[in-house]
Each structure stands twice: as C-alpha cells, then as structure tokens.
Ligand binder design. Structure first.
Ligand code: FEO
Length: 410
C-alpha cells in the first residue's frame, strides 16, 4: 500500500533493516492514570524489513497518528507479514485491530497467554491468523531470525522477549524501560542517558515491575546466555555499551531488593509542622555526621512513586507520622502499604510517631513494616506527644547516632 500526501513520519534506523516506528506522548499527565509524568513517555515499535516484514509491538492510542505515518513511510509500499506481540498491555497493543484491517494477511505472533488476553480485550474476532510460540521457538524472516524467550510477570503473565539473532538485538518488553519522552536520540549514547533517564528509569521499574523481582531475575538469567549488542525496551532509548552495563547492574540490584547505596530515606507526614520539625532535625543531625545521601519527603506533597524509587535506592528508612482517626495518617499508610505490595525487603527502619491523644501511629507503622520481609526495625520508637520536648531532642540525637553508626557497619 503506497500512501500519497503529507506524512509526519519520524523514523530512526536501528540497523540497516530495522527501523524505529514508535513515538512519544508528552501530553500524558498520569501514566496508567497513576504515575505523574513531567516529560511524557515514549512507546517503541520496530519494523524489520527482510524477505518477510515483521513489526515488533505497537503503541498507545494517543500516538496513533504518528505511528501510522511512521509505519507507512517505513514499509514504503510493502505489506506487513508478522506482528510480534511481546506485551498485551494496552499502551503497546492498541493498534492490533487496525493493523489487521490494513494488512489482512498479517499473522499475529504470541504465546497462549497473549492470545487469551487479545480475546479478553478485543473478543476472539482478531485471532484468525496466529502463530503460537513458546520458549525457544524461532521464526525466520530471511536473513533475520527471531527467537522467543518467555518472561512471565516482567510486568504481566504473557510477557515475552524477542531476540533477533543476526544483529544481537533483544526486544525486552517493559524491562529496561523508562518514563521520559523522545529527545531525538534513539540510542542511549546519542545523549546523556544518566542525566536524562536514570532517575525516571528507577521510578518506572520500581513502581511498575518492582513487585516481580524473582521473575525479573529469571528473565535476566535467560537473557545472559545470549550475545546481546543492544536492548530495545518498549519505553525509552535503546541501550548498548556502558549504559547497558549500568542498567544490567541496576536491574540486578533492584530485582533482588538490594540497596544501591547506603543512605537514608526520611518520609514524613505532618499536619501542623511538629512531626516535620522532628524529621528535619533528624536529617540535620545525620548530615552533621557526614551522612549522605539523605532524601527527605513530605508524603502529602511528593507523589508516592518518587518515594518508592528512593526506597529501592537507599539502605535506611525513617518514617515519621501522626495519628489520625485513631490510626495512621492516611498518606503514610498508603506509602507503607505500597512498599509492602512491591515486595520491598531487607532494610533498616526507624519510626517517629506523633499523637496528641490516643496515639496509634507507632503501633500501625510497626505492624505495617513488620509485614515486610527482612526488616531491621530500630527497637525504640520516638513517641512525640504533640511537639518535641527537650528530653526527646536527646532521643532524636541518639537515633541519629544509631543510624549514622549503622550506615558505616554493613
Ligand atoms: Fe508499558 Fe506493562 O506496559
């Protein structure tokens, strides 16, 4: 199908025969209607042109126009033989039905769970021409051969990776993805990946895939047996070279719930500033002792996804919050439940609780932290009754000493 007229196509060449046909949505405020974005997100899709043509994943509905301009320009009049579906979350599979209408001979490539999810989302009318694959299956396109690796729960149960053997390219679904829109650079090393993406890559992984560390480790172990020159995630730049090594190291830490650094996360909730004052004083005492990094957040102000990312990064946590409704201040409860849901484990934790009457925050925080695996809870909760007293300032100093001491003794 040769298209005439104006095209808005923005293509990047991954290799001689593999073309990036994705796009970027900078208007999206909340990814998954949950996670705030400051600089949008990319949706990657790649076209392989060989004796047969194959598209690896599609994109979100929000960028359909760019996607179609890109596909048509990249195919340049050729048809489309295969669509490989590595992930069936709608930010990547929205365009399947349109593809099938435009290219009726198209074969959908996926595993049994892929096809189940297609039926769940779109009914069974799309499954007329399918190629089921499983672990180790291959598909020859001519000079290029695709090999399929199952990666269940590297976000969803149907997820698979596709490895292109000739170029050593791993299409890694959500793994190694990041928030952040297209900067013009397709490859990480065409710009400064660390500066542009490392923090957002951490926030993306920890909040979206963080719960499934064991499954991520299994998928990484499979991938480690391959010769990989470049990794193409569904979101963000293509990784290779030093940045790929960096991210493999980060994924090894994140997926095993190992802190990246010895440092302190302090998250506090405060209605009138008294609990905040305790958190600030603790942070100041720690800093005076040379502790760094310290990351301090007001749970009512900072979106929980940023605090979760720093919780994965740092070895020591301090939570400070008041009692509310005879329980725990709601934003702090939400944070602790989120950390537990994400399976976070193996940290040193201290608590500061405030309660003017019927105090309960300390008890609830202790209970929520105790549900997480391998938490080393500081034995003494600093219990404030409205505002810090001079005696409690000494206790706060002692807590700072204990945390600083424990940071230097792994
Ligand atoms: Fe980017 Fe799990 O979808």
């Amino acid at each position: 199908m040769k298209e005439e007229g104006i095209t808005m196509a923005v293509l990047r060449q991954l290799t001689k025969d593999i073309i990036w046909v994705g796009g970027s949505d900078r208007r999206l405020a909340l990814f998954e209607n949950l996670f705030p974005l400051t600089d949008g997100v990319t949706y990657n899709s790649f076209l392989i042109k060989d004796e047969k043509t194959a598209l690896i994943d599609t994109v979100d509905a929000a960028i359909a126009r760019e996607f179609w301009d890109n596909i048509k320009a990249a195919l340049d009049g050729r048809g489309l033989d295969y669509l490989v579906i590595n992930h069936m979350e709608p930010d990547h599979c929205d365009q399947i039905d349109t593809l099938l209408r435009l290219y009726p001979g198209l074969t959908l490539v996926g595993n049994a769970k892929t096809f189940q999810l297609i039926t769940q989302f779109y009914g069974d009318g799309l499954l007329t021409n399918t190629l089921p694959v499983k672990e180790g299956s291959t598909l020859s396109l001519g000079a290029h051969t695709l090999q399929f690796l199952m990666a269940p729960m590297v976000h969803w149960p149907e997820v698979m990776f596709t490895y292109e053997q000739t170029t050593g390219t791993l299409f890694s679904a959500d793994a190694f993805g990041t928030f952040g829109g297209f900067t013009g650079a397709l490859f990480c090393d065409e710009d400064d990946y660390r500066e542009l993406y490392l923090d957002e890559s951490r926030r993306y992984y920890t909040n979206i895939v963080g719960k499934y560390g064991a499954q991520v480790q299994r998928a990484l172990a499979k991938a480690a047996k391959l010769t990989i020159n470049q990794v193409c995630p569904l979101h963000g730049p293509v990784l290779r070279g030093e940045d790929l090594k960096l991210m493999l190291d980060k994924y090894s830490l994140w997926s095993s719930y190992t802190p990246e650094e010895r440092g302190v996360l302090i998250a506090y909730g405060s209605m009138y500033g008294n609990t905040e004052q305790a958190a600030h004083r603790l942070a100041a005492r720690l800093s005076e002792q040379g502790v760094k990094p310290i990351r301090l957040f007001d749970v009512s102000k900072t979106h929980v996804s940023h605090i979760v990312a720093q919780a994965f990064r740092l070895s020591h946590w301090v939570f400070a919050a008041p009692t509310y409704n005879l329980g725990l201040y709601a934003p702090m409860e939400a944070l602790l439940r989120d950390l537990a849901a994400l399976n976070l484990q193996n940290r040193d934790v201290a608590l500061i609780a405030n309660g003017s009457w019927a105090p309960a925050a300390g008890e609830v925080m202790t209970e929520l932290v105790s549900r997480m695996k391998d938490m080393r809870l500081h034995p003494d909760i600093l219990d404030i009754h409205s505002a810090l007293t001079p005696v409690q300032e000494n206790q706060l100093n002692a807590l700072a000493d204990a945390i600083a001491g424990s940071l230097t003794t792994p």
